[in-house]
Write a protein of this length. Structure first.
Length: 59
């Protein structure tokens, strides 16, 4: 299980799906799949867009 946010490094992370997590500090959602992380901004309508300031990285 992921314990730190890959963007801000804080521990305010909750699980929202089987491979999806949400950071309460910087309000991003991220997916961990096959040791890779993809980060998304949560838009006002609830849709997800790829986070621009994050390089996809391996765990």
């Amino acid at each position: 299980m992921v314990t730190n946010c890959p963007v801000c490094g804080k521990r305010s992370v909750g699980k929202v799906g089987t491979i999806q997590y949400y950071c309460w500090e910087c309000c991003v959602e991220f997916v961990v799949r096959n040791d890779e992380i993809k980060v998304f901004d949560v838009e006002l309508d609830g849709s997800l867009t790829l986070y621009n300031n994050f390089q996809e990285q391996s765990m």
